[in-house]
Ligand binder design. Structure first.
Ligand code: HEM
Length: 297
């Protein structure tokens, strides 16, 4: 059967259908399926997914790197999806629901972070056995990673540039770039609910690099000073901090893994490598929330 990226037909099964099937097999798994596929393959296009691994080198070691990269891309995609849902819920003042998605985003980031030790099993020699075959490709060119950074609030016009010539993704990436970030959405919710955040800050050019604002810091300091664990905004602040913290962990472990594997060699994407990555890890999402820590008595 030719693998197709289109969703396959799959009959919906109700509780009654499942009961009848289980009765017919005496509670054992189904073993016989019509046609050239199984419902499992059809539900998630597993045959397509597993046909997408094309290591370029003769090295056995490359598959570990290749699959880790693909898994990370899927998780970036899921994280963006969940950020957008958290924003929809915040826009409706559904704080409990929004925090449910923030918890999920944090856990996705924890899984992303936990993939680095798998790559640490690549010795420098293992990595060098296929590195040349990467050409000039680099994670820096990941548009899903960039969409995630933009959606959380790290806007940088230069980061759009590599994707300009890619018509299937550029418009979607520009949309995320121009839209309010999760941080903007959270602060707009604060303002709607009586916290004195300056409207001019929320109405600023959303594509410009984010600068923390005194009215945002003051609003969050007031929330944290109350120190009320029942306060939904206090809970929201900590849920956002969990996301920011987990993201920074991902960045820091990437940096460490890179240094461990290639030392101070230059990157395949054109940067100085570790030296450049060290400048990136200093960025913090939701900067005023970090500033609160300094300002609390
Ligand atoms: C384990 C071997 C890896 C090495 C040695 C490595 C090295 C680097 C280097 C040197 C850079 C800076 C840009 C450049 O010049 O290329 C970079 C950026 C980046 N890498 Fe990796 N990387 C590795 C694995 C991965 C994997 C598996 C992913 C997941 C998709 C990834 C995602 C990224 C991202 C998203 C950036 C851009 C960071 C930013 O712009 O803030 N890297 N990497």
């Amino acid at each position: 059967m030719a693998a197709s990226s289109e969703p396959r037909n799959l009959d919906i099964a109700t509780e009654a259908v499942r009961a009848a099937q289980s009765a017919s097999t005496g509670g054992k798994p189904m073993l016989d399926f019509e046609g050239e596929s199984t419902p499992y393959i059809d539900y998630q296009s597993i045959d397509v997914l597993l046909s997408l691994q094309h290591p370029r080198s003769p090295s056995h070691e490359e598959m570990t790197f290749y699959v880790a990269g693909q898994v990370k891309e899927l998780l970036f995609k899921l994280a963006v999806n969940e950020v957008q849902e958290a924003q929809r819920q915040l826009n409706e003042d559904n704080f409990g629901a929004a925090m449910k998605y923030l918890r999920r985003i944090k856990e996705i980031l924890v899984v992303l972070r936990s993939l680095w030790p798998m790559l640490d099993t690549l010795t420098p020699n293992d990595f060098n056995s296929f590195r040349d075959y990467l050409g000039t490709s680099s994670g820096f060119q990941s548009y899903m990673y960039r969409a995630l950074e933009f959606s959380l609030g790290n806007k940088n016009e230069h980061m759009l540039k590599p994707h300009k010539g890619v018509p299937v993704i550029y418009p979607a990436l520009v949309e995320v770039f121009e839209a309010p970030s999760l941080w903007d959405t959270a602060n707009a919710a604060l303002k709607r609910n009586g916290h004195p955040i300056e409207q001019a800050h929320l109405d600023r050019d959303l594509t410009a690099s984010y600068e923390g604002h005194a009215s945002v810091t003051a609003a969050w300091v007031a929330i944290y000073r109350k120190n009320d664990p029942e306060d939904v905004f206090f809970q929201l602040g900590e849920a956002l901090m969990e996301v920011a913290d987990a993201f920074s962990h991902w960045r820091m472990k990437h940096l460490l893994t890179v240094e461990r594997i290639i030392g101070f060699k230059i990157g395949t994407g054109g940067t100085s490598g570790v030296e450049w990555l060290r400048t990136i890890v200093n960025h913090r999402f939701f900067p005023e929330l970090w500033e609160v820590r300094t300002q609390l008595p």
